[in-house]
Design a protein around this ligand. Structure first.
Ligand code: ATP
Length: 664
């Protein structure tokens, strides 16, 4: 776990403690990662080594720069729930490049079209290198770059384009060599290094295990492997490894309860270890947690196998939008999506309802719920599609046409006290006292408790849920193993959907990564798309099928217009695609689609769950159909290979086989 590039001891004179760290350090780490990936050596282990060494140096020199670097590495300037997005449009960047480096728009576009430059980052690098510099500009620091990125993300109003361009130009003028490339990619929010949060958390855990920050200002940081003389002796390699593993688990848990890097790093800098970290990084008001998710089950028999002998509850599974409601005080209420996006502006009516119906003794709480379109005249749940017609921003209660009803099903905190470690039975009892139900506005998920498996009763309850316009049931353990597990797809929650029972597989959430031009009636748009799932472990997109059905003419036009603005010159480094499937154009991984397929089969061309079920082969989908866009998921939250394998095995047991549609 050492690299001379980032060894604090070797670089002491270059990086005086407390002084702003040069952006060139972060840029060299990014370059090292890029080169490893280009050589096909970018395994997660290697990335972790590069990153943890970088982090160790920053812990020594300037921890504030560690926080800034982490945000830069995840293409963000703030946590997900703060609406500050980077993602500057290509046209502003091109203008800035033209004015800075005296290039014309046509030469830049030509360089991109011919592959002379892979992206605008490379254009910036080439332009920077070919420019003669009379005077070297002062060096950029990590702090300065991050501050400018933040400022750019927050610019708004009349002259925002001009102001963004000027800020970009200032950064480019001051950049040296490779820095220009990474600055442009950061502005586009596409660093293209494929690093995801789990790798960052692992690297942070390792860095903080190897490096003990001192307490108090100016205190010296200690390298655990070489402690100063007269202090505690260095741990053995085995002890250190065990500590690194424990720290990784604690850091992951802390981040799942409090997904905020500023707080996490501050706690680690205070010297919190794997035991004390969760004492300060836990579920908190105003910081949305990634919601707990359910495992799919293929029928009542499987539910029986999983829940036999346990007390559990069945709840109707409503088809709407997941909403995490944070009551910070009786006046301040915020609503977050499944994806931690702030939806407070979208649902002023729901905020009002919560204010009006909150029990008097509740000062603060976090509630998990589903918001569902509801017909108040006929007292009926409406389909999900109706909900999608509601506006998103600047909504005034008096203009709302689609009424929603809040179906609450869990609560994770009440009056400042976290409840996530409590069993569902207790959490739900608390929840039931917290809101006063009002017909068609707010209520609790319909439920039925079971002391053990009773297939007939589950079936009857499932039928009732379907008759009540629901998608099926959620089955949840009540007492044993019944804690709330943020961000986990847990076996303690099973979903039983009517679709599975009708012999259809569950829908799958995929990311379009390539497209093929349409022919005949479809010329002038893309006729088919190459679809992928996301593998969190390997941090890559793996293909599952080509899809050309399920689209209305309007869908085809909408997708075409959207993706025309999100093309890539070449495949992303984290696209795992067989040469035989090369699409006409590559797409950025920026949208999630829900699709349904007839079944899954072993595929010689698709790379999802590669080698798991057959040597040298992946799993593909047969007869996929487009259902809808999933705005509430990011590309990294699409279906994963484990779910694909589970679905494949579930159908294999009932005899599904065959070849994927586009097998060769
Ligand atoms: P997942 O959220 O599991 O990735 P998904 O977003 O495709 O999958 P579903 O498979 O339909 O959603 O099932 C889970 C979702 O069901 C939850 O995220 C939540 O929005 C919704 N839901 C509806 N009713 C309930 C309930 N009673 N308990 C928990 N979730 C519910």
């Amino acid at each position: 776990l050492s690299s001379p590039l980032f060894d604090p001891k070797l670089r002491e004179s270059e990086f005086p403690i407390g002084k702003a760290v040069g952006f060139s350090l972060l840029s060299s780490a990014l370059l090292e990662i890029e080169e490893l990936r280009n050589k096909g050596q970018g395994s997660r282990k290697r990335m972790t080594v590069v990153l943890s060494n970088l982090f160790r140096l920053l812990i020594h020199v300037k921890p504030e720069d560690l926080i800034a670097s982490i945000y830069i590495l995840i293409n963000k300037v703030a946590p997900d729930y703060e609406a500050a997005e980077l993602g500057v449009g290509d046209s502003i960047i091109i203008k800035a490049l033209c004015e800075n480096f005296g290039r014309s728009e046509s030469t830049i576009k030509h360089a991109l079209a011919t592959g002379e430059a892979k992206d605008l980052g490379e254009v910036a690098l080439q332009s920077r290198l070919s420019q003669k510099m009379l005077m070297m500009p002062p060096k950029l620091s990590i702090e300065k770059v991050f501050a400018e990125m933040k400022a750019i993300a927050h610019v708004s109003g009349k002259d925002s384009q001009k102001s963004k361009k000027e800020k970009i130009q200032k950064l480019l003028v001051a950049s040296r060599g490779e820095e220009a490339k990474f600055i442009v990619r950061m502005l586009q929010a596409k660093l293209r290094i494929g690093i995801q949060i789990p790798t960052l958390l692992q690297a942070l855990a390792y860095a903080f295990t190897l490096t003990l920050p001192g307490t108090g200002s100016g205190a010296k940081v200690t390298d655990r492997r070489h402690p100063p003389q007269g202090t505690k002796k260095a741990p053995s390699a085995g002890e250190l490894e065990a500590q690194m593993i424990a720290m990784e688990a604690a850091v992951r848990q802390a981040f799942s309860e409090m997904p905020n890097f500023d707080n996490l790093i501050k706690a680690l800098m205070e010297g919190r270890d794997s035991r004390s970290l969760l004492g300060v990084c836990h579920i908190s008001l105003g910081v949305p947690v990634k919601p707990m998710l359910a495992k799919p089950s293929k029928g009542i028999a499987e539910v029986g196998e999983r829940l036999s002998g346990k007390r559990f509850t069945g709840e109707w599974k409503y088809d709407g939008e997941r909403a995490q409601i944070h009551v910070l005080s009786r006046e301040t209420i915020q609503i977050y999506s499944r994806n931690s996006e702030n939806m407070t502006e979208k649902y002023p009516d729901v905020i009002q309802v919560v204010k009006d119906t909150l029990a008097e003794d509740v000062q603060s709480c976090i509630i998990d719920s589903e918001l569902v379109a509801y017909d108040q005249v006929n007292k009926k749940i409406l389909p999900f599609q109706v909900l999608t017609t509601r506006g998103r921003k600047n909504i005034h209660v008096e203009d709302i046409k689609v009424n929603v009803c809040l179906f609450a099903f869990d609560c994770m905190l009440v009056n400042g006290k976290p409840l996530v470690k409590e069993p569902l039975e207790l959490r739900r009892e608390k929840l039931w006292t917290m809101l006063r139900p009002v017909e068609g506005k707010v209520t609790f998920a319909v439920h039925k408790n079971f002391d053990d498996i009773n297939e007939e009763e589950i079936q009857a309850f499932l039928d009732e849920s379907v008759a009540g316009s629901c998608e099926g049931l959620m089955l949840k353990t009540l007492t044993e193993n019944a804690t709330y597990e943020p961000s986990k797809r847990s076996l303690n929650w099973l979903k039983l959907k009517k679709d599975y029972l009708e012999g259809m597989a569950d829908s799958i959430d995929v990311v379009p990564i390539g497209a093929y031009y349409g022919k005949g009636k479809r010329s002038g748009a893309y006729g088919a798309y190459l679809l992928a799932i996301y593998d969190q472990e390997n941090e890559e997109f793996q293909t599952v099928c080509k899809a050309g059905t399920g689209f209305s003419d309007e869908d085809l036009q909408t997708h075409y217009k959207f993706f025309k603005e999100h093309l890539r010159g070449s495949a992303e480094t984290n696209y795992n695609v067989n040469d035989k499937l090369k699409p006409d154009v590559w797409l950025e991984p920026c949208q999630v689609w829900e699709i349904r397929a007839a079944d899954l089969s072993i595929s010689p061309v698709h790379t999802s769950a590669f080698g798991v079920k057959a040597d040298g082969k992946g799993i593909g989908l047969r007869f996929p159909r487009f259902l809808r866009i999933r705005d509430d998921k990011t590309a990294e939250e699409s279906t994963g290979p484990e779910q694909i394998v589970e679905m494949f095995e579930a159908q294999a047991s009932v005899g599904g086989a065959g070849h994927a549609d586009d097998d060769f």
